[in-house]
Design a protein around this ligand. Structure first.
Ligand SMILES: NC(=O)c1ccc[n+]([C@@H]2O[C@H](COP(=O)([O-])OP(=O)(O)OC[C@H]3O[C@@H](n4cnc5c(N)ncnc54)[C@H](OP(=O)(O)O)[C@@H]3O)[C@@H](O)[C@H]2O)c1
Length: 309
């Protein structure tokens, strides 16, 4: 099998290296050409192309293109943009695009419909497992035209966790929907781990955080990749003193909450995790000042008051 891989960021590089290792022929393209050249130097079994046109010309029919760029506009530019030749123009009936990016599932539904008019198959493939998973075996949640999925099922099998971490969910959008909800769960799980660690950190008994996260991953109920990654972070960066307290986000948790609201489904834990991220970015928020100002107005309360034990 031969694939064209677009986007050599953290995830794209790892997927491409894994594919080469699995004996898949890989042709890479990246907006910043030097990164693709560097990749091929390190992985001489892969080929590099400086343009999308050349990438497409190097593939066998039906062509298989794997998108691993940032979500949103970059995906739209590569599929339909007007800065030079784009995939919707370069590809032909029967070709397959794998969107392994965290796109919104409704964008993927819309794009699949547009591409289907040209006979191009578009698979929306939620990808999980982080960079490590992409390198050694990821988890793929797949939606889109079933005939395309069946044609390249072996590719997902080859690149998935223990060759079993892939599942087909049905019509366009369903892969990215399952991945969006997965990310919402991930937000809440991380928030919950953070709250527990915060208790231990503040406790007068001062249990060792590295030891706690290590033992939690030895057969406990909360054993998980997340606890393992936290243990790694705490081991190399004691008390996370070099980690900023501001939490970034690419929005998939927010989408999950919006979807739940449209359906009338309660998701208080996921919503709390999303709002906690906003809060982390706004330490001087007037929201805190409003509450303290009101306490001061009605009761003369100060901001340094604490309960007496
Ligand atoms: N990191 C993870 O753990 C993880 C896990 C699952 C899914 N994902 C998803 O996978 C996708 C890639 O993530 P990543 O972590 O690999 O990101 P990354 O390291 O930031 O890499 C982004 C890639 O997108 C390319 N790109 C950005 N804007 C572009 C544009 N306008 N046109 C063309 N190419 C553009 C970049 O090219 P340049 O080199 O030219 O900048 C780079 O190759 C994202 O959708 C992310 O949500 C990430």
């Amino acid at each position: 099998m031969k694939i064209g891989l677009i986007g050599l960021g953290n995830m794209g590089r790892a997927i491409a290296e894994h594919a080469v290792e699995e004996g898949i022929e890989v042709v890479v393209y990246n907006r910043t050409t030097s990164k693709a050249e560097e990749f091929v130097k390190k992985n001489p079994n892969a080929q590099f192309t400086p343009t999308l046109e050349e990438l497409v010309s190097k593939l066998k029919i039906p062509r298989i293109l794997w998108l691993m760029v940032s979500a949103g506009k970059p995906v739209q530019d590569i599929l339909f943009g007007n800065n030079g030749p784009v995939l919707s123009e370069l590809l032909e009936k029967g070709d397959i695009i794998i969107n392994a990016v965290n796109s919104h599932y409704k964008d993927s539904q819309r794009d699949a419909e547009k591409l289907a008019k040209k006979g191009i198959h578009y698979l929306d493939v939620g990808t999980s497992g982080g960079i490590e998973g992409a390198r050694t075996g990821a988890c793929f949640m797949i939606g889109g035209p079933e005939e395309a999925y069946i044609k390249i099922r072996s590719l997902f099998k080859a690149l998935s966790y223990e060759h079993k971490g892939y599942a087909y969910f049905g019509p366009s959008g369903s892969g990215h929907l399952v991945k969006m909800v997965h990310n919402g769960i991930e937000y809440a799980m991380m928030q919950s781990i953070a709250e527990g660690v915060n208790i231990l950190d503040k406790h007068p008994l001062k249990p060792d955080l590295v030891k706690a996260t290590e033992v939690w991953n030895q057969g406990s109920i909360i054993q998980s990749n997340l606890v393992g990654w936290l243990n790694k972070a705490l081991s190399s960066n004691p008390n996370l003193k070099d980690t900023p307290a501001e939490i970034g986000s690419l929005g998939t948790g927010d989408w999950t909450v919006k979807e739940a609201m449209e359906l009338g489904v309660p998701v208080p834990n996921i919503a709390n995790a999303v709002f906690n991220r906003y809060q982390s970015r706004d330490k001087e928020s007037i929201a805190y000042k409003v509450v303290q100002a009101l306490r001061s107005q009605f009761g003369g309360h100060t901001s340094t008051e604490r309960p007496s034990n």
